[in-house]
Design a protein around this ligand. Structure first.
Ligand code: SF4
Length: 222
């Protein structure tokens, strides 16, 4: 069990899977820089987080729910959690002031389109693990809503994604505890990285690279 001061943010998982150094710069060194991608993402989240709870027919939607897991040492806000009324044969949780049982279905809003890697799935699965611990239930699936195609993509929380989520969480805790920011590894994804200007992936960590970089700046200066 982790204490609250050790909790890491849910969003850190997605950053770690994109690049461990980006995660360390953002959450360990607390450097942040906004580019077009993060600005769009922030606006989507601000819109989502401006509403509260609504009930329509057999679905209750709760937005901007604070969630946490002491077992995994995670906390953050869930964009949207849907509570769907169960049929007689389904199992679910009880909700205050409501009759019957309800299943739990987290939905995370993302800018852009579905990614090839599992980073968004892992962040959503981490939300499910927090909700499972808080509500003492099992959540088999959730959905990612992408701004680009405005569609929901259902994510099954199978053992593989659960394991990847727990392993990633553990690695981030180790990184935070060790306090060591990984060295950069320049690749194609660096071009879309919001921390490129802070990371300097082509300059840091290579022998002579910093002096070459400084020489280049001096040469190019008027
Ligand atoms: S610029 Fe590249 S190496 Fe540096 S943090 Fe971003 S993705 Fe990682």
């Amino acid at each position: 069990m982790y204490s609250e001061d050790q909790y890491i943010q849910l969003s850190a998982l997605q950053h770690y899977l994109f690049c461990p150094r980006q995660c360390a710069l953002a959450y360990l060194e607390k450097s942040w820089s906004e580019n077009l991608f993060t600005a769009e993402g922030r606006i989507i989240h601000e819109r989502v987080h401006s509403a509260e709870v609504e009930k329509r027919a057999d679905v209750i939607r709760a937005r901007a729910l604070w969630i946490a897991s002491a077992r995994l040492g995670l906390s953050g806000q869930a964009d949207l959690v849907e509570f769907r009324k169960c049929t007689a044969s389904e199992t679910g949780i009880r909700l205050p002031g409501q009759t019957g049982r309800w299943s739990v279905f987290p939905v995370e809003f993302k800018r852009g389109k579905p990614k090839r890697n599992h980073s968004d799935d892992v962040q959503l699965c981490a939300q499910a693990l927090c909700l499972e611990e808080m509500l003492d239930t099992r959540i088999p699936e959730g959905a990612l809503f992408y701004g680009k195609n405005k569609r929901r993509h259902v994510v099954q929380f199978d053992e593989t994604i659960r394991q990847l989520t727990e392993e990633t969480t553990l690695k981030i805790h180790e990184m935070m505890e060790n306090g060591i920011t990984p060295q950069p590894e320049y690749s194609k994804k660096c071009k879309a990285c919001s921390l490129y200007g802070i990371c300097l992936p082509r300059s840091v960590g290579r022998k002579g690279a910093v002096s070459n970089y400084l020489n280049k700046i001096i040469e190019e200066s008027p």
